[in-house]
Each structure stands twice: as C-alpha cells, then as structure tokens.
Design a protein around this ligand. Sequence first.
Ligand SMILES: CC(=O)SCCNC(=O)CCNC(=O)[C@H](O)C(C)(C)COP(=O)(O)OP(=O)(O)OC[C@H]1O[C@@H](n2cnc3c(N)ncnc32)[C@H](O)[C@@H]1OP(=O)(O)O
Ligand SMILES: O=C([O-])CC(=O)C(=O)O
Length: 462
Amino acid sequence: MLRQTRFASRHFSQGILAQRRMASTKTIREALEEVIPKKQAQLAALKARHSQSVLGDVKVEHVIGGMRGLKAMLWDASVLDPLEGIRFHGLSIPDCQKQLTAAPGGKEIIAESMLWLLLTGQVPTEAETRQLSRELAEKGDLPKHVIDLIDSLPTTLHPMTQLGMGVAALNHDSKFAAAYEEGIKKSEYWTHTLDDCINLIARLPALAARIYRNVYKPGQEIPAINKDIDLVGNYVNMLGFGANHDLTEYLRLYIAIHGDHEGGNASAHTAHLVGSTLADPYLSYSAALYALAGPLHGLANQEVLRWQLDMQKELGNNITHEKIKESLWKTLKSGRVVPGYGHGVLRNPDPRFVALQEFCLTRPDLLADPVIQLVKQTSEVAPDVLKEHGKTKNPYPNVDAASGCVLYHYGLTEFKYYTVIFGVSRALGALTQLVWARALGLPLERPKSLSLEAIEKLVEGQ
Ligand SMILES: CC(=O)SCCNC(=O)CCNC(=O)[C@H](O)C(C)(C)COP(=O)(O)OP(=O)(O)OC[C@H]1O[C@@H](n2cnc3c(N)ncnc32)[C@H](O)[C@@H]1OP(=O)(O)O
Ligand SMILES: O=C([O-])CC(=O)C(=O)O
C-alpha cells in the first residue's frame, strides 16, 4: 500500500513536469536554459541537506554480483520499475504514445519528441518538435573524412564495430573538445556538450545508413537528407526503405522506446563513465556502442532472430507449443542462454516487448508472418520453461525478443545490422544524460574496488 502511494505520488509529480505545454515555440536550447537552473538548485539543496543520508546497504553480493540493485547513479530522464517497466520522466510507453508528437500522416512517437522529453522533462508542442526535426536534418550530413573512413572499411567488419569507429571519428569536430582546449569555465561545459550531442544525434542516421548500404547494398546512391521530414523518416529513406510507410512507423516506435532505460544498463552507464572523464560526447558514445554490441545487451536482438530462424528450420511446418518447448530445452541443456529472455532489473514482460507486439496486432500481414508467429508462440512457452529451469530471476521476454522479427518481415533481413538501429536510438538517452552531467557538474566516476582478501577481512571483522 505504502509502495503504491509512493508510486502514485512520484508519477503525479513527474506527470506535472511532463504536461503538454500549449503553443510554445522554444528551441531545445531555450527550453534547457529554463530548466537547468531549477535542477541545479534542486541538486544543491539535496547535497546540502542529505549528503550523508543512506540509500541502502552495500553487500558482498553487490560487489561480486554485477552491482545488481545497488543504488549508485543519478539519472533523471527515466526510471525502471521491475514490475511495470520503464517510465520517461514519469510517462509510461502508452502515455508517450498518447502525448508525444507523431510524424504528419503517422501515429507513432518520433525520435525528436522523445529526445525533447528526455532532455527537458517536458512534452514538446508540435511546433517545437517540428523545429527540432528541421535542426537535426540541417545538421545531418557526414563530414568527408567520416565518409572516407567508413567507405574504406572491409564490408566483413561487423556493422557495430563500424558504427563505433564512425562515431569516434566524428569527434574531429567536437565543440566541447575545442572549447575545453581553449579553456572554458565549468559552468559553460553543458552548452558545448549540447552542441555535440545534437550534432551527433543528427548525424547518426547518415552514418548508420552508409554502413548498411556499404555492407549490404553496395553501389546504390544514398538519397540526400530531406529537411522537411523527421530523423527516422530520413534514416529509413537513406537505408533504402523510404517507400514502406509501415516500416518507417515501426522504426519510429522502435527508436523512441529504445532511447533510454535508466542509467545502469551497460551502454548508458558506459557513456556516463567515459563522459565523466570529460571525454567529448563522440568518444563517450562510441564507447557506449561497444557495450551495446555485447550479446547479453543490445546484440541479443541479432541473436534472437538467428536463434528463432534456426528453430524454424529445425521444427519445420506446423510448429506446436510442445515442439518449441523441446527446442528451448535443447538450447538450455547446451549451456546457452535463451536470447531475448531475462533481465537485470525487470521481473515482468518488458513493456517495450508488449508495445512492439501490439504494433503487429492491427496489421494482418504481420500477424500472418510465420517468423512473427513463432516469436509470439515462443513468448507463450518460454516463461514456463525458464521457470522450470530455475535459474533466471526473470523468465519473461525483454525487448530484444520482439524487435527483429518485424524488421525481417519488411525485408530488412540482415540481422547483424539490427544492433546498429538500437545504437541510433540509445543516443537519445545516453547523450541526454551527458548534457545533464555537465549541467549539474557531476564529478569523475571512480568507485572503490576491493581485493578478495580485503572483502574477507572486512566481513570477518563484522
Ligand atoms: C536491451 C537489453 O539489454 S535486454 C537483455 C538482452 N539480453 C538477453 O536477452 C540475453 C539473455 N538473457 C541473459 O543472459 C540475462 O537474463 C541478462 C544478461 C539479461 C540478465 O542477467 P542477470 O541479471 O545476471 O540475470 P539473472 O540474475 O536472472 O541470472 C541468474 C542465472 O540465470 C541465467 N539466465 C538469465 N537469463 C537467462 C536466459 N535467458 N536463458 C538462460 N539462462 C538465463 C543466468 O545466466 C544466470 O546463470 P548462472 O547463475 O549460471 O550465472
Ligand atoms: O536495462 C538494461 O539493463 C538492459 C536494457 O533493457 C536496455 O538497456 O534497454
């Protein structure tokens, strides 16, 4: 009951922040200039009153167990509840679907409105969203040295490796690095960081699309950025799928809801750690992408599809729940994890999984697709199998269980590319936090480590 009341009041106050403001036409910088002093004052008050207050115990299980559950990071843009999943400044995914601006002629959240919400805590007006779309489109072209670098890479190099390299090379033009070298005041860090973050988000679609074209569709011309459409609309055009409205809408939803998942996930945390050294946003996000490229994190979406297609080949036609169950046990008995299931924090089906599955419900072509049906059937069988297996704390599907099959249906079948799309999205949250870390003057991250002997000595002395 107490938990419910606390929950309700948290959501109420965050909900106020996230109310739609009528008729405002601010730029994203102007909106941030308004909210930053308020947050700075809030942080100063917390520091003055509660620096020594206790948030929880640090147990040996935290130190040797991947810090699961340890409350050790400040992250404002989103909070993950184990049972109900992610909320962005208090708004659930269905709330965002109702409140955040879609593209003209579309229904799904666009990346710009999610970015605005994450950065400012406010739901943007339609005018603000469109203005941000234009700003991103105007800044979206890649510099020549990055085009040359990406074009010089072997097409056999994993797309995620290429993405991280391209993002790191964009730091050639880092405004923050240049300003730091000149010697700026700490209070000015955030504004140059914001420039870099906006420029990086703007350029990610062109970079990610160039990698796709080089690796999978060489020799085809990439269309120029259209200044009148949204970031994901341009991304899909550059990938070569612009004529497919449903795929464009799916990717809008995908990119909006993968944008942030509080601070402790491996990619966001990496961006924060590297950024805390005052490495510029390009270097920080490049590092984050290599965390995302691990199979226990973002690469799981590639792994899911490969595994489901193998299952389909193995089981043939008329796939039953019983046959899927046997196949799941085969995976588990071979010592592998079931990709797309389990989570470090969640203890229920991931609402992002639910949102992506719901996208399919209104589209008969998707519902009839055998791979999409197999993903759905697997999600009906796997939780009981994983419960019986008895290891995972969360037997339910995470977002990666669902994200790839719709791409596959629409002809984006190269699943080694899927984590790149995740990488275009995660920039929204990870870069938001870099702006805020600089605005709030957060320090170098440097936790204390202990040797095994030191831990033994400490606990035996208790
Ligand atoms: C966007 C995202 O990053 S979402 C996550 C994407 N990753 C995947 O889908 C990969 C499959 N899932 C997993 O490997 C895990 O569930 C993780 C990495 C996501 C979370 O890991 P943890 O927080 O350590 O999970 P948990 O505490 O439940 O693990 C306990 C045991 O269950 C096992 N387990 C967890 N999930 C699974 C799974 N899907 N299949 C089989 N075993 C599992 C763990 O490997 C661990 O085994 P161990 O005791 O032998 O080391
Ligand atoms: O929260 C996590 O640890 C993993 C995850 O789902 C994400 O980063 O989107």
